[in-house]
Design a protein around this ligand. Sequence first.
Ligand code: NAD
Length: 500
Amino acid sequence: MKTIYNFINGHSEPSVSDRVGAVFNPATGEQTAVVQLSTADETAQAIEIASRAFPAWSLTSPLKRARIMARFKELVEQNADELAHIISREHGKILSDAKGELTRGLEVVEFATGIPHLLKGEHSMNVGSGVDSWSQMMPLGVCAGVVPFNFPVMVPMWMFPVALACGNTFVLKPSEKVPGAMMRLAELLKEAGLPDGVFNIVNGDREVADVLLTHPKVEAISFVGSTPVAEHIYNTGCKHGKRVQALGGAKNHMVIMPDADMEAAANALMGAAYGAAGERCMAISVAVPVGEGTAEKLLSALMPKIDALKVGPGIVEGPENDMGALISEQHLAKVTGYINTGVNEGAELLIDGRGLTVEGHEGGHFTGPSLFDRVTPEMTVYKEEIFGPVLSVCRVDSFKDAVELINNHEYGNGTALFTRDGKAAREFAQHIQVGMVGVNVPVPVPMAFHSFGGWKKSLFGPLHMHGPDSVRFYTRMKMVTTRWTEHDKAESVFTMPTMG
Ligand code: NAD
């Protein structure tokens, strides 16, 4: 069986650890690889290597760094098919979705190729006589990333392309459930011309993350994962003097107004709720129809589509399935447990996806799409993130009630409104307490040249990922003030310096 090692100093390197994790193919339930769970010492060594690579890399011209990113983008495109197969095999998502994740990741690489422009500071001539002043965006040093299972390459690509382009070096800890594709990306970074030691991967679990969070040579931590871990990462990283951005879980609502195009809204909900088997932080997990009539129309449009949804392996010959398997047997049990709880707490289970078996893939971690109606805010299936293909319909009487419902939820990652009413749309965008808002757009993931991040329990830290915030996160500003004038007349001044 294949063993997945680390990628340190430009090479795949076995770990000395005797602890290992199992990587599965979710479509069959079979183990496909072993991943080494690295030790604390190995993590510290990787940080040292990244730290030694920093001086030369930070002095490499931004244009040269940008060209390496451009070459990396070309190489990823050339190897997209192989990468998508690794993602789909380890994660379970359908192949076209794996390719979509690569495309969204590559958009951040494309953004990073603009780094010479993005790093330009501000310059003021003659702020005093013979005195000029400017700002410089300086890299931080060693930056680290800890990432979740659900986007094996896209989420890491929210982080390292901009971090590296800004002149930092990087240590990444992938999810131990899906480590394969990032190892291939590390090889492609090297092939693109990235010097050894600038980008390193340490595979493992909490033991690795804990060193990244506390090691004095790590300057910044980017994290994406569940909220309890995000909060722990934020608190521990800050306590150890690091810059931290930690993105957490979500419960995303889509409000459907009576005037919405019901067919368009139902189609949008299908992809947003059941795409990637609901294992997306921007998945819509709550539909909020405004008014009983809207709820009935929405359900009539939605239910036949759910019944027609094809569930099966992510990689198939011929026509693709719509939805693949869940990541693990444990996660399948957790999602099933939530559906059981929903039934026990009185939600109406209109479509039951539990107990699905896919012929020829009997060991796969499959569940069908599930649909709850008449879900109320005190129910567990409403309050907690399920991270599976379970959509809850939560009926409200008015637009105001919909806004209040969303604003009272502890998460605030994404949300959407479907309507033909411009005034309602404007009011929604203005008053909703959520970080990413769509109007007639169900999954409003910002493009790479804007920044991605939620509010409330969905993000800890002030700066979002990719786009302008990422350049702010991965650099610190230095202000330089110079005087080039006759010095023989200079006298000591003991009052607060002023210019003019
Ligand atoms: P997770 O929190 O279990 O794990 C994320 C990463 O943290 C993994 O690399 C894991 O090894 C590590 N980790 C786990 N426990 C840790 C601990 N105690 N200390 C340090 N590190 C630890 O999340 P997951 O199950 O891999 O991913 C799913 C979650 O990620 C969902 O909650 C989803 O909403 C969230 N997510 C959020 C976003 C976003 O943008 N907000 C994007 C993708 C996923």
